[in-house]
Design a protein around this ligand. Sequence first.
Ligand code: GLC
Ligand code: MG
Length: 533
Amino acid sequence: MESAWWQDCIVYQIYPRSFQDSDHDGVGDLQGIIRRLDYIKSLGVDAIWLNPIFVSPMMDLGYDIADYRNIDPLFGTLGDAELLIEKAHELSLKVIFDLVLNHTSNEHPWFLESRESRDSDKADYYIWSDTVPNNWKAAFGGKGWTFDKQRGQYFFHSFLPQQPDLNWRNPAVADSLLDEVRFWLDKGVDGFRLDSINAIIKDDALRNNPRNYRRKLRSYDKQHHIFDRNRPESHSKLKMLRRLIDTYPDRMLIGEILVESPGEPEVAASYLGSTGDELNLSFDFSLITTRFSAAKWQRSAKRWYEAVGRHRTPAWVLNNHDVSRSISRFKNNEQKARLAAFFLFTQRGAIFMYYGEELGLRNSFVCRKDMHDPLGRRYWPFSKGRDPQRGPMLWNVGANHGFTEGSPWLPFAKNANSCTVENQELEKDSMLTLYRSLIRLRSKEHVLRMGVCDFLELKNTNLMAYTRTLEEACLLMLLNFSPKAQSASRAELGLQSSAGEEIFSTASPSARPRFSSDAVLLDGYEAVVFRLA
Ligand code: GLC
Ligand code: MG
C-alpha cells in the first residue's frame, strides 16, 4: 500500500515571530517566511508548521485567538497567508497551521457574547458556574476559575484567565469550530497541529482532581489531571474532526497531548484511535525529559514504538517552542546534539524539527524586563519561561543577523556568530551540513522512513544499536553515547561474516580502523549506519 505523506514526513516548525522580519518592526512575519521558503526547501524537509498567526491580543503570544479566520496584523494579512500557502505548494512544501480549539481569547466575539448574559445565543459556549465547583488549577498559575462580573458567574480556563475554555459538550461549539477548520481546509492548508487537544472535554460532574504528591513548582502540577483532561468523550470529538479533514484529500491532524511528566506515551498513542481513526499523529515528549543515555533513550523510544504499534505512525520531536532548546539542555555539547539528530532522523515515522535546531541554535538569555511569556513572568526567577527558546533565527553575521532591520523583539542567542546559516553553509562539519546529509540519507533510503525498528541488546551500555527493516532492505544503526571511543562485538551486531557496508557516519573519517577481527569501533559520540546484506 502506498503511504500517506504524513507517515514519513519531516516537518520544520517555525515560530513566526522569530523567523524573518520583513517590515522592520522587529517581529517576524508571513512575508518574511515567504522570502525564506527556498532555504527551508533546501533543507529537504516536506512541510512547515507555523505557531498561531491568527488575530490575537497576544496574552499568550497567539495561543489566545480572537478570530480564527483572520491573520494578526503583526504577521500580515489574509492575502499574505494565501500567498504563503501558494508559494509553499509551488515548492511542494505542505503547510500546517496551529489551531487552538480548547480555548479562545476572552476578546473572541463568542466570549463577549457569552459573558453578556445567561440567555445569550452563545451562553453555553464556555464553561460557567455559579460557584467555584472544584479544585482545578490553571497551568499558568492560580485557580482555574475566574469570576466574571458582567455575567455574575465563574468561567473555567486551563491556562490564563484571558483564555477561557470552550464548552465542547455543547454541540453548537463543535459545529462552530468545525466551520473554522473548514475555512482553512478550503484555503488549502494541509494539516493542523491541535493545541492541548486532550483537554477539550472536562468531567461532566466537574469532580475534584486528586492530589499529586510530586514536588513541583506549579500548583497545576500538584494534581493528577484526570477530570480536566483525557475524558473518554474526547475520542468521539477527535473522530469527528478526523472525519471532516478526510473529506479533503491528503490532510492531517497532529495533536499536542498534555500529559504528566516525564511522559505518558500510551496516552498520546490513545488519541490515534484504535483503528487509526482519530489523530493522524500525536506528540510524545518523553525523550525531551529523558536523560541523555543509550539505555534511557532506548527504553523511551521502545515504549513509544510499542504504544503506537506497527499499524500506526509515531512522531518524533526533540525541540519546540515550549521547552528549552536541546543543545542548551545538553549544556552546549555539540557532539551530543549531533548524536541526537542522528537518532531523530533514523526513526520510523514523522520527524518534527524546530527552526534553528539545524544550526545548533542555543537558548537566548532573556532578562525579566524583556520577558514576554506569561509563564516566565509568573514564575520568574524559579522558571525563566519560554522566551529563551523562541529567540530570532540567525541568517548571517551582519546587523541583527539578517533577521530584522528594526530592533529584534527578543535577544539573539549568545553564540550567534558561529551559528548563522551563512557560515554553516560553507562548513563541511557544521550542524547544518549534518542535518542536510541526514535528511538526504533519509530521503534516499526508504527503509529509514518506513522500516520497522528493532533494538538490539548490547553488552556495552554506552552504545545503542537498532535495525530498520523493510522487505529485503535492512540497515543497522550504531550510536555511541559516550565521549570516549567504544566497541561492540561483531557477533552481537550480526556483522559477523561479511563486514556490512558503512554508508554513513556523523564523524569525519577517522584514522582508526572501523573493524578488528571481532569488534566494531566507534569514536566518542559517533554514530554510524551499516547496510546489512
Ligand atoms: C500549548 C502550547 C503553548 C501554549 C498553551 C496554551 O501547550 O504549545 O505554547 O501556551 O498550549 O494555549
Ligand atoms: Mg515584522
